[in-house]
Write a protein that binds this ligand. Sequence first.
Ligand code: PRP
Length: 221
Amino acid sequence: MITLALSKGRIFEETLPLLRAAGIEVLDDPEKSRKLILDTNQPDVRVLVVRATDVPTYVQFGGADMGITGKDTLLEHGSDWGGAGNGAGLYQPLDLQIAKCRISVAVRADFDYASAVRQGSRLKVATKYVAIAREFFANKGVHVDLIKLYGSMELAPLVGMADAIVDLVSTGNTLKANRLVEVEHIMDISSRLVVNQAALKLKREPMRKIIDAFASAVGKV
Ligand code: PRP
């Protein structure tokens, strides 16, 4: 049995064509079903539906043999597990080039970020990406107080709780709708295939087949 950990939403949707390229069809729609283990057309392949931030954990601890997760999630997970931002030693054979977006710093349109940074002000930064934000501002030599949030980061500058946010930006619509502007591009993000190394040794052939099918489908689906 090969167990694949996926999260609902954009990553799931964009993973389906890759799975199809590997001959795998998921038989349930996770948006409609309450099931957390989904069957596929292949009796020896199943899909776990987990929270996006839990995908690396399931793969690291062998709850899943492989998983698909954003680079953002992997970097934060790596820092929780003492890895130097490398996803805690999870084997990452592929950049799947799906769910592409970026991590940026954004502020209220009326906040003078450039002057604040130039004057060496201490910035209050709200984010779900504490490790990424800490490293980014440390490298710039900017002092920050980080406020950890779990979602709707855009609110924090609007209610005066933070000067800036560090968040994912895709279309930019959420920033625009909340009158925030992007002032720094920290890094590009895409989803990665992560693999449990012990599982890869034990189930080398069927896992290789999936990895190779994904690799040849990258950029084409
Ligand atoms: C992400 C991110 C932004 C939004 C950006 O949130 O946190 O809020 O998408 O997308 P846009 O640039 O296309 O508007 P997501 O929907 O993933 O939910 P989250 O708040 O749980 O992170």
